[in-house]
Write a protein that binds this ligand. Structure first.
Ligand code: ADP
Length: 404
């Protein structure tokens, strides 16, 4: 039987990222096809399609998301790997905000799109692009089941004490203001591998997962259920990120409103896009930050130190609330690669049963898959587990398509 593939779409405000992959593949296997449509609406719109053996690029204006997607599918067909040729089993869509409506991946049929549209006020920057992506893909691939996979779903188990803000209850209820959490697909995918690495039953495992990419978040998990997480109503909260502040005193926003001429959208932009590592040190790429630190740049050093300090603050809080953990796991671009971040985040915690093995922690060429970086004596096991959100979405999409 020929391989049956799933298409995974991540539709953002000015770009669409996608992969065609085998949901049954091993997590280290590269996708069969990957592509990006970027700079939608700009003069230098760009589409890039890549397979294991070839690639194709096209630079010219892309008027809309639907034009971009159709053109990308056309380029894939020219390479012989178009959605029509591949006998696609399912299309999985990454949807950022599932609100209180969606607690698990969902087949997109009936009133699902309407329920998604009703959530736009909760994620005005992300959900409209996700919905647009679903509608465009459904128009181009009407005979394939489409599945929505939510960044928030894994956190529907948060206890009320962790999910609620001490905000006026009436206002919070009326506007659905609570901690939703994000990166759930990644935290779930990574955390599910940990019981196997510990040789324990999932119900017995207490763990912390640290997704450190451009966006970053920490999650406390007890018996497979998320019990706390660092992102909130929006992905702005929590850890220091590439361009986002993470937690700040909300009073800063009032102060800026009163003492500058910035309007609320400018402040939103400042906190989401011009802060974090980029705002403090001028670069959001962690490798560049590390280079600047090595060169003695003071701003970069401060940004780095605030990043680590904030990370430790969350790890400490989750350790306490879980009453100790069996494992701490690093994932995503920074978590999987930045040896120094892993070392500094957990330095000096021997009294808490946490001991990193420097040799294991050092990256070695060719290391793929999950690995332990703590010493054999360390009571708490520390792991690096590569995340693969696309594969996780492909698996959900395939699973729900089989039930359709
Ligand atoms: P996202 O999916 O959130 O855009 P990724 O998970 O790909 O992000 O992570 C991107 C981040 O990972 C960037 O800041 C990048 O600098 C960092 N990164 C990638 N490789 C390394 C490395 N070898 N050392 C340190 N940081 C790295």
């Amino acid at each position: 039987m020929s391989t049956q593939y799933a298409l995974v779409l991540n539709s953002g405000s000015s770009s669409i990222k996608f992969q065609v992959l085998d949901p049954k593949a091993d997590s280290t296997e590269p996708p069969f096809v990957s592509g990006i449509v970027e700079k939608i609406g700009e003069k230098n719109g760009h589409i890039k399609i890549q397979t294991e053996t070839t690639k194709m690029e096209d630079t010219r204006p892309i008027l809309s998301h639907s034009v971009g997607l159709e053109r990308a599918f056309g380029m894939m067909s020219l390479l012989g790997v178009g959605p029509q040729e591949l006998d696609l089993r399912a299309v999985g869509h990454r949807v950022v905000h599932g609100g209180e409506e969606f607690h698990a991946p969902e087949l997109i049929e009936g009133d699902v799109l309407d329920r998604l549209k009703a959530l736009i006020p909760l994620a005005p920057l992300h959900n409209p692009a996700n919905i647009d992506g679903i509608e465009n893909a459904q128009a181009l691939l009407p005979n394939v089941p489409h599945v929505a996979v939510f960044d928030t779903a894994f956190f529907s188990t948060l206890p009320e004490a962790a999910a609620n803000y001490a905000l006026n209850a009436e206002v919070a209820r009326e506007h659905n203001i609570r901690r939703y959490g994000f990166h759930g697909t990644s935290h779930e995918y990574v955390s599910r591998q940990v019981p196997g690495l510990l040789d324990k039953d999932p119900s017995e495992v207490k763990q912390i997962t640290l997704h450190l990419g451009n966006g970053a978040s920490a999650t406390a998990i007890d018996g497979g259920k998320a019990v706390d997480t660092s992102m909130g109503l929006t992905p702005l909260a929590g850890l220091v990120m590439g361009t986002r502040t993470g937690d700040i005193d909300p009073g800063i926003i009032f102060h800026l409103t009163r003492s500058t001429d910035m309007d609320i959208d400018e402040i939103d932009n400042l906190l989401n896009r011009k802060s974090g590592l980029k705002g403090m040190a001028g670069v959001n790429d962690f490798r560049e930050l590390q280079k600047l630190v090595d060169d003695g740049d003071k701003d970069a050093k401060l940004a780095h130190d605030v990043y680590i300090h904030t990370l430790r603050r969350f790890i400490g809080s989750y350790l306490l609330n879980l009453g100790g953990v069996d494992a701490i796991t690093f994932t995503a671009g920074v978590g999987e690669n930045a040896v120094g971040v892993r070392r500094d985040a957990l330095a000096g915690l021997e009294n808490f049963g946490i001991e990193i093995d420097d040799a294991r922690n050092a990256n070695e060429e060719g290391i793929e898959g999950a690995r332990k970086i703590s010493t054999d004596n360390s009571k708490v096991k520390v792991f690096v587990v590569p995340t693969n959100e696309e594969l996780a979405i492909a698996r959900y999409a395939d699973e729900l398509a089989n039930q359709a």
